[in-house]
Design a protein around this ligand. Sequence first.
Ligand code: CU
Length: 126
Amino acid sequence: MKLLSWRHAATATVLCAATAMFYLNLAAHAADAPAQRIEVVAKKFEFGPKEIRVKKGQRITIVLTSPDFVHGFSVPDFNVRADGIPGKTIEVTFVADKAGKFIYLCDNFCGEDHDKMTGFLMVTES
Ligand SMILES: [Cu+2]
């Protein structure tokens, strides 16, 4: 009886380890997966698009251009920000690792309607 429960414990341990490896592999795979590229234009006084939809866990690269000013692109909830520089294409990559509705905004004062430069990153459960 004692041997049997030891065997059960050993089997359970092996199963747990296998399950952990499975999820570790999944996580590693997600990190290696190619990023979804999303083009964002920041101009006075709006972002295009105003809404970005991605799946939770997706690695995304914001491909940022700003034709008229050094606008900021900031997603505070993900600690992500970049400056869009006229004449250049700036890329910033991160993993959308939590679901929800998150604001993105210009954080460089760019004029009268600077406060209206906002959009939403919608991250849905995959
Ligand atoms: Cu601004």
